[in-house]
Design a protein around this ligand. Structure first.
Ligand SMILES: Nc1nc2c(ncn2[C@@H]2O[C@H](COP(=O)(O)OP(=O)(O)OP(=O)(O)O)[C@@H](O)[C@H]2O)c(=O)[nH]1
Ligand SMILES: [Mg+2]
Length: 305
């Protein structure tokens, strides 16, 4: 018997949704950072198993959103929940030194949304690598009280521990299918130029501080692979790093261009690994005041349902 269908990975920001997607795919298709609200769009990853094909959507972290950017992120995640066969709610084991047991208000709200969707749901408790095993028991009990989970799976997206149990639990909940939904070689819906923009944003988020990681957007203006086609092995990429203020621009560029250079070098190295070619990456920093509040800018950047 073969099963195939869609799963939405939902949860609060920073719990490891994108790390899990990458782990399942064995490729870095969704950017990851130590900061919350990294993912802004939904990202499809297709896992091809022996008896099942699991199409997973990584989604932006669910939170109380205020700005138009954040509201669109939340709408994207909730909209995805409505379209899938199965929900995977991710939470993290033990935040901070006082290992947290209470699921908290946001997780209660997300669980409510899952209940409203009428979808079967799996609870994934991520980051078990950083807590003693025994401390998990009260956590599992607390979450069991929230919803009738089809399965509760503690795992670590970072080390891969127990991730196979998670895929088995998800696969078992998918509808029976005559045939796979996607060809064997399909891994993601992310175009290479989108991945290029995201890789730059990932490094820029990682290397900057305070409000800057959230005020960043990256737009690829040039993606020239003509030399790759001719066997020259070079992809030429030109990207704009958008910020909201001149002061932020100065920081992203850095003294004598040093910060922008670090961002560019790190992104280029990762891109070369992904694309399997040499990459020439040119970055420019530009200011667009309040882009996070402008519908046209968000649309241009591909953010929103
Ligand atoms: N120790 C540990 N850290 C993890 C694990 N999974 C993810 N992380 C870290 O948690 C942080 C957030 O990971 P992301 O994958 O970006 O989290 P996310 O849920 O996609 O976050 P948003 O996109 O902001 O909603 C990163 O620093 C990851 O390295 C894990 O299993 N163990
Ligand atoms: Mg993410």
């Amino acid at each position: 018997m073969f099963r195939a269908g869609f799963v939405a990975i939902v949860g609060r920001p920073n719990v490891g949704k994108s790390t899990l997607l990458n782990r399942l795919l064995g490729e870095h298709v969704a950017i990851v950072s130590a900061r919350p609200q990294t993912t802004r769009t939904r990202i499809l990853g297709v896992v091809h198993e022996e008896g099942a094909q699991i199409a997973l959507f990584d989604t932006p972290g669910l939170h109380r959103a205020e700005s138009p950017l954040n509201r669109r992120m939340v709408e994207t995640a909730l909209g995805t929940l409505a379209e899938v066969d199965v929900a995977l709610l991710l939470v993290e084991a033990g935040t901070g030194p006082d290992l947290r047991v209470d699921p908290g208000e946001t997780v209660r709200w997300i669980t409510q949304e899952i209940r409203k969707s009428g979808k079967p749901a799996v609870l994934g408790i991520n980051k078990v690598d950083r807590v003693p095993r025994l401390t998990l028991l009260p956590v599992i009990e607390a979450y069991r009280g929230l919803f009738d989970w089809a399965a509760v799976v503690p795992f670590s997206a970072l080390t891969g521990e127990n991730v196979d149990h998670l895929t088995r639990a998800l696969g078992a909940l998918l509808p029976e299918a005559e045939a796979p939904l996607f060809p064997e070689d399909v891994l993601t819906d992310q175009a290479e130029r989108v991945l290029a923009a995201e890789y730059v944003r990932e490094q820029a988020m990682e290397l900057t501080r305070d409000e800057i990681p959230y005020a960043l957007a990256v737009e690829v203006e040039e993606f020239d692979e003509s030399s790759r086609r001719e066997g020259g092995g070079l992809v030429r990429i030109g990207a704009v790093v958008w910020v909201e203020r001149e002061s932020q621009k100065a920081i992203v560029i850095g003294k004598g261009g040093s910060m922008l250079k670090r961002i560019g070098t790190r992104a280029r190295e990762k891109l070369e690994r992904l694309l399997g070619t040499k990459v020439f990456l040119r970055l420019t920093v530009k200011v667009e005041e309040r882009w996070r509040e402008r519908a046209a800018s968000l649309k241009r950047l591909g953010i929103g349902p």
